[in-house]
Design a protein around this ligand. Structure first.
Ligand code: MOS
Length: 715
């Protein structure tokens, strides 16, 4: 079940920018039309003349919010409209406020500017792009190259060798809810209604930008219409909106137009992966090397973390991972669902498929033969790793044993080539420090306030179910408050740590609540009766830490910074796992590729909320198919990001989605946390694109080392 389903379908669920306030004004942005250079003049005259326009502003006195991965709060450190440097095409140069959104948009479009353009670089191999070795550019231990054994020597001596380069294009997350929100001042208190995964960073980032006390800022993010990592920090429109709202003495709303979101939000950067494998004749992988180049901006170094996932896939005795960052003239890229894992697995799991073909071994068997219970990088055990069960169960559900290994050997009744592909995926087990407050009232209701943001993944449902099951009360008697800085810290929800962060905090809160209610530590509770004996509502607040986390991180979390741990913990390493089995059909004349069925089996520890969990996996698989067959943000040497509408940036739609069967191993991981849950949202997508690419090879006999695979590539 989904506790917010009725509110959503009835329209009662209010998203950030849905809010309508008295006297509200509407804002719109004008964007730079060069790829890089200096802004010499902005002409706002025509915009100011549009009826209904209240003001046009081109310059703000705002401090940088800092880069969220560099100790700051913003998706990038660069705050537009604070100087005359244009760092990328689509950077805002002016903001208009009007009585209505039509006037605001018309005025924004009437703004013209003069520039002194400079040459700009977009691609990994563009002239002028600057390549940095990550471990030198960001000297942090967890970003250093990974070196286990001597893989170069082992591969050179291996009887079977694979050495290929795989390219993954930039992509944009295009959540249905556009970036945007509503700001209002109540006296000296700034209230922000914005769909964000990180209300706390919005609060502290704004405090830093505006030079005001964070205690005077409230951020409310009751729902997101998709975050996917793009809403993981302070976006650059909120600061200017807050300034203008105060100046006009009116609440203001700004919703970016879809094309504007392609420039004013993070995106999945272009990556290039060289994968080398050395194996024996049976397909036992002896060593692997994964080298990555990842695009970043000029102004921030978005860290690459690809090799820490691929280095854990199989029982390598030797592994090397090296990552480089390529500075280009774009906004800072960032996290887009399974940001490193999906592209990495597209590369690595195709290389493994190529190895299976080279040694003539079934790709499921080959993967099972290379399984391990020990983390190759640290030598520590995995707290749980049931990827072998995922492979076995998936193969059975899919009917894999009927596969003819020969490419182009299987045909459908209509003559379509049929291909069956498999791939596995993994995702780090992360956890954040969290705080939970539980209140039991005389009506028998329990209100839970905890760190978390509801972005459609179903965190409210997971929490409500957990409390209801623990106390033996109806789900309807559980009130869940998340995404609101007035009810808790609201640390970042991302990295698939939401459930594994909130549930342990709630679980420990329930233990304390039971003590205060004077009831047993388990079993059904008559909450109303227990509260009436207590004579007043009973409230507990608990702090919750990940394994081995120092209580100091709570202070970090409370001041708006990241307070996360994983996937390496004292004595163990935690990852979530998945196996995808995909059938593709390639129509013989047009070479149109369809995906009629997928079987995905995940190991996410205990399944906390079956309905929303299955939904997460379906969403991830659909996105993986989209990555394989549809999505690519084109970087044009004159116009920068080119295809910035849903017409031109094709994503999967319902007509593309056929049968997707989802199953779970559902074995709790109590080493990771007392609830036994691991992350699920992002691992769902990991490996799905690789399985599609492997299936396309099986269908057609052709290997594609670059995404997306469209019919013109298959023809
Ligand atoms: Mo996510 S891409 O960790 O919000």
């Amino acid at each position: 079940m989904r506790v917010d389903a009725y509110d959503k379908v009835s329209g009662r669920a209010l998203y950030g920018a849905d809010r309508v306030l008295p006297e509200m004004g509407f804002a719109a942005l004008a964007l730079a039309k060069i790829g890089r250079g200096r802004l010499s003049r902005v002409d706002t005259g025509a915009a100011e003349a549009v009826p209904g326009v209240l003001l046009v502003e081109t310059r703000f006195d705002l401090a940088s919010p800092g880069f969220v991965m560099g100790g700051g709060f913003g998706f990038q450190s660069l705050q537009p409209m604070t100087g005359d440097h244009i760092a990328y095409r689509g950077q805002p140069i002016a903001i208009v406020v009007a009585e209505n959104p039509v006037a605001a948009t018309e005025a924004a479009e009437a703004i013209t500017a003069e520039y002194e353009p400079e040459p700009f670089a977009l691609h990994l191999d563009s002239e002028g792009a600057t390549t940095l070795v990550q471990e030198e550019a960001i000297p942090l231990p967890f970003l250093a190259d990974i070196k286990v054994g001597d893989p170069d020597a082992v591969i050179a001596a291996s009887p079977v060798q694979i050495d290929n380069v795989y390219e993954h294009p930039p992509q944009h997350a295009v959540p249905m809810e556009l970036n945007g929100g509503v700001v209002e001042w109540q006296g000296d208190t700034l209230i922000v209604h914005e769909g964000t995964q990180n209300a706390n960073a919005v609060r502290f980032g704004l405090a830093q930008q505006l030079g005001i006390d964070p205690a005077d800022i409230e951020v409310r993010s009751p729902y997101l219409g998709g975050g996917f990592g793009q809403k993981n920090s302070l976006l650059l429109h909120i600061g200017p909106l807050a300034v203008l709202s105060r100046r006009l003495g009116r609440p203001l709303k700004l919703v970016l137009a879809r094309p504007q979101t392609f420039h004013n939000g993070s995106f999945r950067p272009a990556t290039k992966h060289r994968i080398r494998l050395g194996a024996d004749e049976s397909g036992q992988i002896l060593a692997a090397i994964h080298e990555v180049d990842q695009q970043t901006s000029r102004h921030d170094l978005f860290p690459a973390m690809h090799t820490e996932v691929t280095g854990r896939l199989y029982g390598f005795s030797a592994f090397r991972g090296r990552q480089r960052l390529v500075q280009t003239d774009v906004q800072t890229p960032g996290y887009m669902r399974a940001p490193f894992e999906s592209p990495s697995m597209f590369a690595f799991e195709q290389a493994v498929d190529e190895l299976a073909i080279a040694v003539g071994r079934d790709p499921v068997e080959l993967r099972l033969a290379n399984n391990t219970d020990t983390d190759p990088i640290t030598g520590l055990p995995f707290s749980s790793r049931h990827v072998d069960d995922c492979l076995r169960r998936g193969a059975e559900l899919f009917g894999w044993s009927a596969r003819n290994p020969e490419p182009r050997s299987m045909r459908a009744e209509d003559g379509s080539l049929v291909g069956w592909g498999v791939a596995i995926g993994n995702y780090p087990g992360n956890v954040a420090a969290a705080m939970a407050t539980l209140t039991a009232d005389a009506g028998g209701r329990v209100t839970v306030s905890v760190d978390g943001h509801e972005m459609g993944q179903g965190i409210r449902s997971s929490i409500a179910l957990h409390v209801a099951q623990d106390l033996g009360i109806p789900v309807a008697d559980v009130v869940v408050q998340v995404g609101d800085t007035t009810v808790g810290t609201q640390h970042l929800t991302a990295g698939s740590w939401g459930t594994a962060t909130a549930l342990p905090a709630v679980h420990s809160g329930l233990r304390e609540l039971r003590k205060l209610l004077n009831v047993a530590d388990s079993g059904d509770v008559d909450v109303a009766a227990a509260v009436s004996i207590a004579g007043q509502p009973v409230q507990v607040t608990v702090d919750s830490l990940g394994p081995g986390q120092s209580p100091d991180v709570l202070g970090q979390a409370r001041s708006g910074h990241l307070a996360i741990a994983g996937p390496v913990f004292p004595g163990f390493v935690t990852f979530s796992w998945i196996a995808h089995f995909v059938e593709v059909r390639v129509e013989p004349t047009t070479c149109r590729i369809r995906v009629p069925r997928v079987v995905s089996v995940a190991d996410c520890g205990r399944v906390a909320s079956p309905v929303t969990a299955a939904s997460q996996v379906r969403g991830g698989v659909i996105w993986g198919i989209g990555a394989a067959l549809r999505e690519e943000t084109l970087m044009d040497d004159r116009h920068g990001f080119l295809n910035t509408t849903l017409e031109e940036y094709p994503v999967m739609v319902n007509a593309d989605v056929r049968r997707i069967d989802v199953d779970f191993i559902d074995k709790p991981d109590y080493q990771f946390n007392p609830v036994g849950v691991k992350g699920l949202g992002e691992v769902s997508m990991v490996g799905a694109a690789a399985a599609v690419a492997n299936a396309v090879h099986h269908a057609t006999g052709r290997r594609h080392h670059r995404l997306p695979i469209r019919l013109e590539h298959v023809l």
